[in-house]
Design a protein around this ligand. Structure first.
Ligand SMILES: [Fe+2]
Ligand SMILES: [Fe+2]
Length: 286
């Protein structure tokens, strides 16, 4: 590990992370093919959602453990930012928990959370700097995918309106708090090498697990054998404005020495979304 850094100079505006309550109701359920009637787009996002509640709890636990490792005089300076991060992730967990419960009612099975639980148990005794590095790596994934989701409305074209709102709100907040785990990792003295190695590991794991859970969802829904499912998959993943084309290079930027999440440069778009959707949420804290 490197010598601990000073608290990074994060702009005040970035430090303020409001906790929002979204005005949606998932209690009445939603259609099986809620994302524009498309099998692949629906079950790919369903798979991602399945990883969120356990993953986001891990992120919350990691940053709490990480902050506790800092000298007491620094911990106070981090309090607001950590409170905002925890509040946002806890709200995401809650809504995606409701969303996932409906998926279960629809007959889908969440295997990803079991894989994640096993890994979290195995890594329990690692130094917290590793937990924060893993969190920062996942947060880069979510921030890049968030930008891609906002810039490419076709990913949610025809989606049930409350669900489209939920995914975009989550995306915006992921972008909003994308620096927290990263800056904390630096403040803990985590090295560039360790940061990049964890990112490489997480990338392989994420690609494998998201693909497998998506396939399992399609299989359980009885849709995996339909040629149009795979045509949709090719278009969604590898089309000119697909996930790969819009995310691959921004993801790789994490491997650059000296990278910082603010380099993604998407703050204006996120602020614009929050402004135009002001009626869709209330701010409960922050
Ligand atoms: Fe989240
Ligand atoms: Fe996050």
């Amino acid at each position: 590990m490197n010598a601990p850094h000073e608290l990074p100079d994060v702009p005040e505006a970035v430090r303020r992370l409001p906790i929002r309550r979204l005005r949606i109701d998932l209690s009445t359920g939603f259609p099986r093919l809620w994302n524009g009637g498309e099998a692949f787009r629906t079950h790919y996002l369903n798979a991602l959602s399945m990883s969120f509640p356990i993953g986001e709890q891990f992120f919350i636990d990691s940053v709490r453990k990480g902050v506790a490792m800092l000298p007491p005089e620094q911990q106070a300076a981090w309090a607001d930012e950590i409170r905002g991060f925890v509040g946002q992730e806890a709200t995401h967990r809650f809504l995606h928990g409701q969303f996932n419960a409906e998926l279960e009612r629809q007959g889908l099975k969440n295997h990803w959370q079991g894989w994640a639980a096993w890994r979290i148990k195995r890594g329990e005794r690692m130094h917290p700097v590793n937990h924060v590095a893993v969190t920062a790596a996942y947060e880069h994934f979510t921030a890049v995918m968030a930008t891609s989701l906002l810039r490419n409305p076709h990913m949610l074209a025809g989606a049930t309106p409350d669900l489209a709102l939920m995914w975009r709100w989550h995306a915006v907040e992921e972008s909003e708090h994308k620096t927290v785990a990263f800056d904390l990792y630096r403040a803990m003295g985590g090295s560039e090498r360790r940061r990049r190695l964890w990112f490489a590991y997480i990338s392989v794991q994420f690609l494998f697990e998201s693909s497998l859970q998506t396939f399992i969802n399609l299989w359980r829904a009885g849709l995996w054998w339909q040629p149009r499912t795979w045509w949709q998959a090719a278009r969604t993943l590898f089309g000119p404005r697909g996930v790969w084309a819009t995310s691959f290079l921004p993801l790789l930027r994490y491997l650059r020495r000296g990278f910082h999440p603010n380099d993604l440069g998407d703050a204006d778009e996120m602020a614009e979304w929050l402004r135009t959707q002001r009626d869709a949420y209330s701010i409960v804290a922050g």
